[in-house]
Design a binder for this molecule. Structure first.
Ligand SMILES: *Cc1c(COP(=O)(O)O)cnc(C)c1O
Length: 412
């Protein structure tokens, strides 16, 4: 890998030293701390190069071959490449690569399948549902009648009996499976069966695991769900953006729901960068990466449990771990800020039961840096030492700086 191109460009430093300094400071922050935020990753220099390309200048409302603007021949070719690669990668009849974000993809999926006021069954927010799964602060909670299913108290696993019972009594128009924090695989066949029983659409919001699916390290929701929504910037390691996959018979409704219903012109530089990322994700190297992400997360989860944290569901099948630090005598929010001071950057999350906040962490970014199981053990040990106050933050910060320095995200 080479150095991030855009930041290095002398032209930016000459033209706008103030902003260039900020970008360099952010690059330094990313290279000297550990990015354990489950939704983050380091996209490749090729992806970043596509983002900084002249396609950023191009207006291309519409779809390849049917644009509202002239001069779209090359933009068309780039979008067709992205669509073809996404379809091949996930085995989908149809792909729409224009959603600006994961939330935009979900909005478009609802717009394609639902009417305002329809009932939708989704994982409740306190149990790991996303904002777009019925939060009152989000369009979803205001425009649809969301019913939340939950996780079992003892196991932390999706309560299938409750899903089935709520589907039978509430007769939702759509069922959503997907989460921002659930560390296990959703049972797509189960959700398909329930959706069929009550005549509901099944929407898989696979924003988090989609990269694992691409690498063959997680089950693919495409054969089961009517519509699959995703992001391209999480484990998938592409540019920030969204993606929708669906069956051929829903293609036109999905496309119209993205443009012109919920979006204007696509960001063609991002579409081009998505094409690059899908190309990368189809390689054996990416498959090895995806499997290493899971192997690392399993080790990190078991080491955190050994250090005394209460790991939800007792482990993970994915890149993602949630854990309650309370057994170490510290609550989630305090833990997050203490860890941030040590350079261990992660999130708080809701825990399945009670009001306490837990910690959510993931291994996508550190695995891209080349870290393996040995480093995961070291990170778990350091994290627990900081939370127990046996290592002071400045000592921990030095150790993090040294560890991060040995695995630069963009080596020279
Ligand atoms: C990340 C995520 C989203 C939203 O993605 P944005 O790009 O932040 O809008 C939606 N749903 C789930 C389940 C997610 O994990």
């Amino acid at each position: 890998m080479t150095v991030t191109p855009a930041i290095e460009a002398d032209v930016l430093r000459r033209q706008d030293p103030e902003l260039a300094d900020l970008l360099l400071a952010e690059r330094r922050r990313q290279a000297t701390t550990l990015q354990l935020i489950a939704a983050e990753n380091f996209s490749s220099p090729a992806v970043l190069a596509a983002l900084g390309s002249p396609l950023a200048n191009k207006y291309a409302e519409g779809y390849p071959g049917a644009r509202h603007h002239g001069g779209c021949e090359i933009a068309d070719a780039a979008e067709r490449l992205a669509v073809d690669r996404a379809r091949a990668l996930f085995g989908a009849d149809h792909a729409n690569v224009q959603p600006h974000s994961g939330s935009s993809a979900v909005l478009a999926a609802y717009a394609a399948l639902l009417r305002p006021g329809d009932t939708v069954l989704a994982l409740g927010l306190p149990h790991g549902g996303h904002l777009t799964h019925g939060s009152p602060a989000n369009f979803s909670g205001r425009w649809f009648d969301f019913v939340g299913y939950g996780l079992e108290a003892d196991s932390g696993l999706v309560d299938h009996e409750q899903v089935r019972a709520l589907a039978r009594t509430r007769r939702p128009k759509a069922i959503v499976c997907g989460s921002i924090a659930y560390p296990r695989h959703f049972d797509h066949a189960f959700f398909r069966e329930v959706a069929d029983e009550v005549g509901a659409y099944l929407i898989a919001d696979a924003a988090h695991p989609l990269g694992l699916v691409a690498g063959g390290a997680a089950p693919n929701p495409v054969p089961y769900a009517d519509v699959v929504c995703g992001t391209t910037h999480k484990v998938l390691r592409g540019p920030r953006g969204g993606l929708i996959l669906c069956r051929a018979d829903l293609a036109e409704r999905v496309d119209r729901a993205v443009f012109p219903f919920t979006q204007g012109g696509a960001q063609m530089h991002t579409v081009a960068a998505k094409a690059v990322a899908f190309g990368e994700a189809a390689t054996p190297a990416f498959s090895a990466y995806a499997h290493q992400v899971v192997a690392n997360a399993r080790v990190l989860a078991s080491r955190l449990a050994a250090e005394g944290l209460a790991v939800t569901t007792g482990g993970t099948d994915t890149h993602l771990i949630t854990a309650d630090p309370a057994p170490l005598g510290v609550d989630g929010r305090t833990a997050r800020s203490r860890l941030a001071a040590a350079g261990l950057v992660l999130d708080c999350c809701a825990l399945p039961h009670g009001d306490a906040r837990g910690l959510r962490l993931g291994t996508a970014a550190v695995t891209t840096q080349g870290m393996g199981e040995g480093e995961m053990t070291r990170i778990a040990h350091l994290l627990a030492a900081v939370l127990r106050n046996v290592t002071d933050p400045s000592t921990a910060r030095e150790e993090v700086r040294e560890l991060a320095g040995a695995f630069p995200p963009y080596p020279h």
